[in-house]
Design a protein around this ligand. Structure first.
Ligand code: NAG
Ligand code: NAG
Ligand code: NAG
Ligand code: NAG
Ligand code: NAG
Ligand code: NAG
Ligand code: NAG
Length: 315
């Protein structure tokens, strides 16, 4: 009886020791080495390599300097992935740290990485084409000094749900391969120097919920194919370079809650038939060469909080 209890305690104690000794929460050496190379490329000195990266200690998890960032910065590991033993890096979040480096191609050597968030740093240089081999879900490099065009290889990331490239110095035309991002819900590329027409292949992005392309140098008309984006909730096309008219097929997008279209030249349109969009919350249409009457249905948009529709030529 007494002996039995001692044995039980001993067995439990030993198995705890075992799981510790065999590293139930310890990152394998090869991934640690890759993190070392990544830190060097980013110019990140916040990680202490004397401490296990999965321990959430030693600078591997820390609050973002920006109090508006809800999630902490850091490296997240998952030690219970399906079909895989040991721990692996699944997310790297380094926001508002003034990182001075470049985007590391080495990220592609972390096979379980699903999220990269490098929002608001001073990173420069291009997006490495190597990233195209990853199975990422979320990418954000918002608010850096990145340049070059979007590599066509990014179109290979069929798992991608959110791509945020806003407020950088990206240029060039959008690669048609972006039309292969069949799971994408959020595409934010405002405030860059993109040129050319929107590729027709984007018509296939039918899961899109948010599309933002404001403040760019695109050419051509606002494409009629946006009518296929029937899950669209938010759209921002302000001073994008695109010309009107705003296609009337936008009326098919009944889930829209936030529409910001402004500063488009070209043929005028009548006020859009948006009467089915009962959840409209914000509607900004400024300098869009809209003519005609303000439609009565605006009075039925009960959730509408903001309406700017200046520079209309009303009759
Ligand atoms: C780890 O991955 C598994 C399988 O995808 C998932 O069920 C689990 O919630 C993840 N654990 C953590 C801590 O993220
Ligand atoms: C795990 O492996 C099995 C058999 O190879 C496969 O059918 C399944 O899709 C895999 N699961 C994941 C999440 O990769
Ligand atoms: C992607 O980002 C969303 C929040 O925007 C989050 O809920 C989700 O868990 C992230 N996915 C991964 C795989 O990190
Ligand atoms: C992208 O996918 C194509 C095939 O669809 C493949 O030939 C190419 O090597 C892939 N590129 C990368 C960077 O993974
Ligand atoms: C990706 O897009 C390109 C150009 O639109 C196309 O030629 C290619 O076949 C697509 N690849 C895959 C794997 O769907
Ligand atoms: C629209 O036309 C005006 C006047 O011709 C021009 O100054 C402006 O740059 C044009 N805007 C765009 C977005 O093309
Ligand atoms: C507005 O549209 C009319 C035709 O509907 C066109 O004549 C005029 O040039 C357009 N104005 C601008 C600023 O593009």
């Amino acid at each position: 009886m007494f002996f039995g209890r001692v044995l039980l305690v001993w067995v439990i104690g030993f198995s705890c020791l075992l799981s510790f000794a065999f590293g139930a929460t310890i990152l394998p050496d090869d991934e640690v080495e890759i993190l070392r190379q990544i830190a060097k490329k980013l110019g990140n000195t916040n990680w202490k390599f004397s401490v296990d990266p999965c321990s959430r200690q030693g600078g591997w998890v820390s609050p973002s300097p920006n109090p508006n960032d809800k999630l902490p910065n850091g490296v997240t590991c998952n030690c219970s992935l399906v079909n895989s033993t040991g721990c692996h890096v699944v997310s790297i979040r380094l926001k508002s740290l003034s990182l001075p480096g470049v985007l590391p191609p080495e990220l592609a050597r972390l096979p379980y990485l699903r999220e990269i968030d490098l929002t608001r740093n001073y990173l420069n240089g291009p997006i490495p084409p190597e990233w195209g081999s990853m199975r990422l879900v979320n990418i954000s490099v918002l608010g850096n000094q990145l340049s070059g065009s979007i590599p066509k290889e990014l179109g290979n990331i069929s798992t991608l749900v959110s791509l945020v490239l806003e407020s950088n110095r990206f240029s060039g035309v959008l690669p048609p391969e972006l039309g292969n991002l069949s799971n994408i819900e959020r595409l934010h590329i405002s405030s860059n120097y993109f040129t050319g027409e929107l590729p027709e292949e984007l018509a296939r992005l039918t899961k899109l919920k948010e599309f933002r392309i404001s403040d760019n140098h695109f050419t051509g008309k606002i494409p009629n194919f946006i009518q296929y984006w029937t899950n669209l909730e938010k759209i921002a096309i302000q001073a994008s370079g695109l010309e009107g008219p705003i296609p009337s097929s936008i009326s098919l997008l009944e889930k829209l809650t936030d529409v910001r279209i402004s500063d488009i030249n070209g043929t005028g349109t009548a006020f859009l038939p948006l009467s089915k969009m009962e959840n409209m919350n914000r509607l900004i249409m400024r300098n869009c060469n809209i003519t005609g009457k303000i439609p009565a249905y605006l009075g039925n948009m009960e959730k509408l909080k903001t309406l700017y529709s200046l520079s209309l030529s009303l009759k």
